[in-house]
Write a protein that binds this ligand. Structure first.
Ligand code: NAP
Length: 358
C-alpha cells in the first residue's frame, strides 16, 4: 500500500454466519468497539460456495447480505457486480489488498482454501482467516510464504473465536521462552463437562441439551472426540514454536468416556475435569496432547465456567500467565477478525517493516 490514505481493497471468501456478521460490523462501525470509524475500505469481491462476485457498487452490499440471508443465494444485483466462474479469476480480477476467509474447508483436502491462500500470499495479499483446515494442513508453509512476500497472515479466530489467544501468545513469545501451554478452547465440551459435574446429568443428556441450545453441532464428533481442540493446539504450536508439528504428533482422547460420577468424584477431591490441549517438554522432546485432565483449584483454567475458553502459559523464567473468557458465536468471531484487520491497517499505515508475517 504505497499511499497510506488510499482505500483498502477487501475481498470476502464465504458469506455464512461469520461472513455476514463481519460485513455488518464493517457497515455499522458504531456497534463494534474495535471498528475504526471511517475505515477506508472498499469491498471488491464476495464469494460463497456457488458464486463469486466482483463488486462495483458498495451501496448494494446491504441488499446482497439480506438476499443471502433470506434465500441462501448470493445474487447479482443488476448493473453492480459480475460473477466469475472460478476463484483464481475472482482473485485476480478483484485485486484485493486483503483476503478475509470465513468459508468452511474440509480437513481432508483443505481445498480450495489452502491453494487460495498460496496464490493470495504469493501475490502479496494479506490473509485473515477463521477457517482451520488450511492452517492444520500447512501453517508453517503459509507463514514462510507470507514472510518471503512481505505480507501477513492472521488467524486468531481459528483458535478461540473472540478470545485473543493468538495475540496473547504473539505478545508473550516475543519477550519470553514458553515452556508449557495449556488450552481449553472448545466451548461445547467445557459447557458439557460443567453441566455433567454440577447437575449430575449423563454424557448423552448433556450432549442433547448442548445441541438443543445451539452449543453443539448436529454432528458433534469433532468437539467431543477432541479433534477441534487438537486442530487449535496444532495451529498455535506451529504458529509460535520453531519446530514443525504434525497431526500425528498429538495424543488425542475426547470426553465421550466420561461419566458424571467420575467428574463429581474428582470435584470432591478438589479437581475440575477439563478437556485440555497441552504442549510441554524441551525442544526435541515436546509432547502434544488433548485429553481430559484433572486440574487442581490453583490452575487458572480450572474455574472456566459455561462455554468459556482459556489459555495458560509457563515461561522458562518462571512466568505464569493466563487469559480466559471471550464470547463464542459468529458476531464475536467476526469482531475478532475485524480487530486483526484494524491491526493490519494500522501496521501498514505505520509502514512497519519489522512486522512478523503472522
Ligand atoms: N460460527 C462460529 O461461531 C465460528 C467461530 C469460530 C470460527 N468459525 C469458523 O468460521 C468459518 C465460517 O463459519 P460460519 O459459522 O460462518 O459457517 P457457515 O455459516 O456454514 O458459512 C460458511 C460459508 O462458507 C461458504 N463456503 C463453503 N465452501 C466454500 C467454497 N469452497 N468456496 C467459497 N465459499 C465457500 C458457504 O457458502 P454457501 O453459503 O454457498 O453454503 C458459506 O457462505 C468456519 O471455518 C468456522 O469453522 C466459526
Amino acid at each position: 500500500m504505497g499511499n497510506p490514505d488510499a482505500s483498502i481493497r477487501l475481498a470476502l471468501w464465504g458469506i455464512g454466519r461469520v461472513g455476514r456478521s463481519f460485513l455488518r460490523l464493517l457497515q455499522e462501525p458504531a456497534i463494534s468497539p474495535t471498528a475504526l470509524p471511517g475505515l477506508p475500505l472498499e469491498i471488491v469481491g464476495i464469494a460463497d460456495s456457488q458464486t463469486a462476485l466482483l463488486l462495483e457498487d458498495q451501496r448494494n452490499l446491504g441488499p446482497i447480505i439480506e438476499r443471502k440471508e433470506s434465500t441462501g443465494r448470493l445474487e447479482i444485483p443488476p448493473g453492480s457486480a459480475l460473477a466469475v466462474a472460478e476463484w483464481r479469476e475472482w482473485l485476480s480480477q478483484a485485486r484485493p489488498d486483503v483476503l478475509v476467509d470465513t468459508s468452511v474447508a474440509d480437513f481432508e483436502s483443505a481445498q480450495p482454501a489452502w491453494e487460495l491462500y498460496r496464490v493470495a500470499l504469493g501475490s502479496g495479499v494479506a490473509v485473515i482467516t477463521a477457517n482451520k483446515p488450511p492452517l492444520v494442513h500447512d501453517l508453517k508453509g503459509l507463514i514462510r510464504l507470507a514472510a518471503r512476500r512481505g505480507t501477513w497472515l492472521r488467524c486468531g479466530a481459528t483458535v478461540g473465536a473472540a478470545l485473543p489467544a493468538w495475540a496473547f501468545l504473539d505478545l508473550l513469545s516475543r519477550q519470553e521462552k514458553i515452556c508449557r501451554m495449556d488450552v481449553v478452547l472448545n466451548g461445547t465440551t467445557n459447557w458439557m463437562l460443567n453441566e455433567m459435574e454440577s447437575r449430575g446429568i449423563g454424557y448423552g443428556e448433556a450432549l442433547a441439551e448442548a445441541q438443543r441450545l445451539g452449543y453443539a453441532e448436529p454432528d458433534p464428533t469433532r468437539d467431543v472426540q477432541g479433534l477441534d481442540t487438537a486442530a487449535k493446539l496444532l495451529i498455535l504450536a506451529n504458529g509460535f514454536w520453531e519446530e514443525t508439528f504434525f497431526w500425528s504428533d498429538i495424543e488425542i482422547t475426547g470426553i465421550t468416556g466420561l461419566t458424571h460420577e467420575s467428574l463429581q468424584s474428582e470435584r470432591d477431591r478438589g479437581y475440575a475435569v477439563k478437556l485440555v490441549g497441552r504442549l510441554a517438554g524441551e525442544q526435541g522432546h515436546r509432547r502434544l496432547s488433548v485429553k481430559p485432565e484433572c486440574l487442581d483449584a490453583a490452575h487458572p483454567l480450572a474455574a472456566l465456567a459455561g462455554s468459556q475458553k482459556g489459555i495458560y502459559i509457563e515461561t522458562t523464567t518462571g512466568g505464569r500467565y493466563a487469559l480466559t473468557g471471550g464470547a463464542s458465536g459468529p458476531g464475536p468471531t467476526a469482531a475478532s477478525m475485524l480487530r486483526e484487520l484494524r491491526e493490519w491497517i494500522e501496521m501498514k499505515k505505520r509502514g512497519d517493516a519489522e512486522h512478523r508475517p503472522w
